[in-house]
Design a protein around this ligand. Sequence first.
Ligand SMILES: [Zn+2]
Length: 139
Amino acid sequence: MDSTICSRCGAFPEDADHLLVGCTTAKNVWQHIWVWLKISIWAQSSTVREVLEGVQDQIRCKNWKKMVMVVTFATFWSIWRCRNEGIFNGNYIPTHKAAEMVKEETFIWMRNRYGPKVHIDFKILQEHYTDKITPPGQR
Ligand SMILES: [Zn+2]
């Protein structure tokens, strides 16, 4: 058994870019996220860098980008976790479920970072981010 071949699609070497962005499984998760956020321009992204640059290149306000970066990292995390569930526990997690995990994690991470009083309205993410969240430790 060749451990360097992707365990999910069996077609490509399993490096970080493939696992988190390029693999069909990853692309399906991202598809859910892009639809959720109503952004589609990174459909052709195939590397982690391209996804991160895709967020930065959006013409949106700083807070929107911050929030979408949280979503982006939650998505990487979710894909990684689902991959491990499959490999180590034989637990196949469908991509729509992985996308649900991203939404939950985003909420938890934002709460942890900005405190329990933070109001997170995911509709804002889809439209235009306003000042519902005021990050206290803004850089
Ligand atoms: Zn793959």
